[in-house]
Ligand binder design. Structure first.
Ligand code: CP
Ligand code: NVA
Length: 311
């Protein structure tokens, strides 16, 4: 049994399969073709933080695979009344086939997985957001495919510029870069840097640090950013607004990237904070495809975790 708690829980071969499978699943979805590979299976979704995309993409995706979902939050379950996470895992995993969790510390999802009888998927923790990076890579391959037609060839050797917080998204980009062979050019304000140890990458060779965000964007194939304040860090809002003022993706940054560079944002976005409206609503932005692709890649992922590779 495999869990998907971090990006590096799957191999490069797994990703080559998943990216190709997600393309097939998306094509069938667009053609209104049935794809009921998870008929009679149940997904439990546990949300300890807010969500729009993750909720809708997992819930709609599971129904489209022929399965069903159970939705739990901290407020409407015993999770909010201090039932140990391990006990919740033992119970929920006896009644369902798959569990998706969005929570705070990575240690919490690890504790759940250690007592779960069924695969567990990380729907975002303070440290990682692997489903989002999977969707982002799929979106990159879709918009900038390799001549070989191999998804991983479209990713290898690329430069991804990260502008902003050294957060769960940034950490996951680093894991993806190390595993799939590309480089992250990262610029964060002082005090908000990524740490190789927190990102769980073996060394710093998959990323380069730039003090000026414009330099991080120079020559990049993809420019990406995220909110200045992630969920769970709201008490730091004031300090972060001051610290991040120069880490706003704008047209000057896009102008020094490759001429065909894409802009991505996992959303929700705050126009005028981490990105200007001109960039996120501009011609290089692929944020709506990126959001939609969450559903297609997660359908491939759920199917893979329960059934393995399909011919
Ligand atoms: N990008 C993302 O995970 O969005 P939600 O917080 O809306 O799920
Ligand atoms: N870094 C953000 C991502 C939201 C999808 C957060 O954790 O709140």
């Amino acid at each position: 049994m495999k869990h998907y708690l971090q990006f590096k829980d799957l191999s490069a071969d797994d990703y080559a399969y998943l990216l190709a499978r997600a393309a097939l699943i998306k094509k069938k979805f667009k053609a209104y073709e049935k794809h009921h590979t998870l008929a009679d299976r149940t997904l439990a979704m546990i949300f300890e933080k807010a969500s729009t995309r993750t909720r809708v993409s997992f819930e709609a995706g599971m129904y489209q695979l022929g399965g069903s979902v159970v939705h739990l939050t901290t407020g409407d379950s015993q999770l909010g009344r201090a039932e140990p996470i391990e006990d919740s895992a033992r119970v929920i995993s006896r009644m369902t086939d798959l569990v998706m969790i969005r929570t705070f510390e990575q240690t919490k999802i690890e504790a759940f997985a250690s007592c779960s009888r069924v695969p567990v998927i990380n729907g975002l923790t303070n440290e990682f957001h692997p489903c989002q990076i999977l969707a982002d890579l799929f979106t990159l391959v879709e918009h900038r495919p390799a001549a070989s037609g191999q998804p991983l060839d479209a990713i290898q050797g690329k430069v991804v510029a990260w502008v902003g917080d050294g957060n769960n998204m940034a950490n996951t980009w680093l894991q993806a870069a190390e595993l799939l062979g590309f480089t992250v050019h990262i610029s964060t304000p002082r005090g908000y840097e990524v740490q190789a140890s927190t990102a769980c990458v073996s060394d710093t060779s998959c990323y380069k640090v730039f003090s000026n965000p414009l330099d991080a964007c120079r020559g990049a194939d993809l420019v990406t950013t995220d909110v200045w304040t992630s969920m769970g860090y709201e008490a730091e809002n004031e300090a972060r607004r001051a610290a991040f003022a120069n880490w706003r993706v704008n047209t000057d940054m896009m102008a020094v990237a490759q001429p065909d560079a894409l802009f991505m944002h996992c959303l929700p976005a705050h126009r005028g904070e981490e990105v200007t409206a001109e960039v996120i609503d501009g011609p290089q932005s692929v944020v709506w495809d990126e959001a939609e692709n969450r559903m297609h890649v997660q359908k491939a992922l759920m199917e893979y975790l329960l059934l393995g590779q399909q011919a």
